[in-house]
Design a protein around this ligand. Structure first.
Ligand code: IFM
Length: 448
């Protein structure tokens, strides 16, 4: 970790933390919430490594005031949370569940009372199960239901949410959830999952219009990106890297920014006239979720995929075995800037973080020096990219709390705050104190 002082960030730079509904809320059967695809998936034997579910998670639904107090103490200026679609519309469409909306209103108002900007993600993978039963994101109709849901949220919270984020990581939802079945809903369609990409993007575009009709707040999407590095020097390795690059980094961003779909050989008969215009509705911010670069080489003969993903050597690794590569974040931001030029809106890093096996010591304190080094490196990478000329206006740490990490259950801890999952007890880690100092110093410097 660098011993040099953290460089300055400009006035108004947004300092935030991120979470998502199913990973922290719990209260799965409380307050009229309906089932989502993640309830179904988590309760299916063998899907989650520790056999757990998000039924209780961090019990944020009941402890949200304590969590807001933790954020206020941390000094963040924004909180990115997601709304559980089935808490607001238990069957995904039709009648609104008033107590579901009330919960998010209490959360939003509590944040505002503490001077924290509410940043609301509409969809972080928890599709209402009845919509999945009707075909889920393979069904074009889901895009229209999503826009209706956006209208419900904007009608109630449009005067107070400071930034709307339509979708979280549609690439991960398509690939892990519908391509290889590691996430809900567990479909294994490989490249036949393309309609899931298109209908999510169509839903995004329709939702942008619905949000703008009721709310003056800016609108964004949060995409996951990973700089791709060819492992091997053969033309086939480089070809594989280019194919993966198009899939992971371009499939969702090219059409959003008006370039249409990259050439990937998909059956695109689901794309109708006018869809690309809907998808390319202007956005105000591009959310960038970055964790690590990806190593790619040519696949074995007979592989169903045109690439093979391989570990990248030479980096420290997190508990997820992901390489710690802040240089990849600077590289990625520069790539986005060069590729999309004047069409690129300002960027906010909507997720950045790492999992480590954090354990309280004998005094109950949790020391996580690796997370401090990770955040230090990634913040410096953001600042370096800004010095390179990229317009970055915020950085959200994933995550405020240790939480329920999808197929990994409770085995991966990403939080600035340790959570004892048996009791719900929260203990700020040493990274929390470190980040508080960074934010306090940055806000003091820019206030001068
Ligand atoms: O926990 C997830 C989050 O839900 C989406 N982005 C990546 C995080 C870490 O895997």
């Amino acid at each position: 970790m660098s011993t040099a002082a953290m460089p300055n960030f400009p006035t108004g730079f947004r300092w935030g933390v991120s979470t998502s509904a199913y990973q922290i809320e719990g209260a799965a059967d409380i307050g009229g919430r309906g089932p989502s695809i993640w309830d179904t998936f988590a309760h299916s034997p063998g899907r989650i490594v520790d056999g757990s579910s998000g039924d209780v998670a961090c019990d944020h639904y009941h402890r949200y005031a304590e969590d807001i107090a933790l954020m206020a103490e941390l000094g963040v200026t924004a909180y990115r949370f997601s709304v559980a679609w089935p808490r607001v519309l238990p069957t995904g469409t039709g009648a609104v569940n008033p107590s579901g909306l009330d919960f998010y209103e209490r959360l939003v108002d509590g944040l505002l009372d503490h001077g924290i900007d509410p940043v609301a993600t509409l969809y972080h993978w928890d599709l209402p199960q009845p919509l999945e039963d009707a075909g889920g994101w393979l069904n074009r109709d889901t895009a229209h239901r999503f826009a209706e849901y956006a209208d419900v949220l904007a009608s109630r919270l449009g005067d107070r949410v400071k930034l709307w984020i339509t979708l979280n990581e549609p690439f991960i939802h398509m690939s892990l959830g519908h391509g290889i079945g590691e996430h809900a809903p567990g479909r294994m369609l490989l490249f036949d999952a393309f309609p899931v990409a298109h209908h999510q993007l169509l839903g995004h575009g329709l939702a942008v219009a619905a949000l703008r009709a009721r709310s003056a707040s800016p609108v964004a999407i949060a995409n996951n990106y990973s700089p791709v590095r060819a492992v091997g020097d053969s033309p086939a390795d480089h070809g594989a890297a280019m194919a993966y690059e198009a899939l992971h980094n371009q499939l969702f961003t090219d059409p959003l920014l008006g370039r249409g779909y990259p050439e990937l050989g998909f059956d695109d008969t689901v794309v109708r006239d006018g869809d690309l215009d809907v998808i390319a509705a202007p956005i105000d911010v591009l959310g960038v979720n970055y964790y690590n670069p990806t190593g790619v080489r040519a696949p074995e003969e007979g592989s169903p995929l045109p690439f093979e993903l391989v570990p990248l050597d030479g980096y420290p690794r997190t508990a997820f075995d992901w390489p710690v590569a802040p240089d990849g974040l600077r590289e990625l931001l520069g790539w986005l800037d060069r590729r999309y030029g004047a069409d690129l809106p300002p960027i906010q890093i909507t997720e950045s973080g790492c999992a480590y096996d954090d354990v309280p010591d004998a005094d109950g304190r949790v020391h996580d020096p690796d997370r401090i080094a990770y955040l230090d490196g990634h913040l410096r990478a953001v600042r370096a990219a800004m010095d390179d000329g990229v317009d970055v206006t915020g950085y959200f740490v994933w995550s405020l709390l240790d939480n329920w990490e999808w197929a990994e259950g409770f085995t991966k801890r990403f939080g600035l705050v340790h959570v004892d999952f048996a009791t719900g007890r929260r203990t700020p880690k040493s990274s929390y104190a470190w980040l508080r100092e960074v934010i306090t110093t940055a806000r003091r410097e820019t206030a001068r």
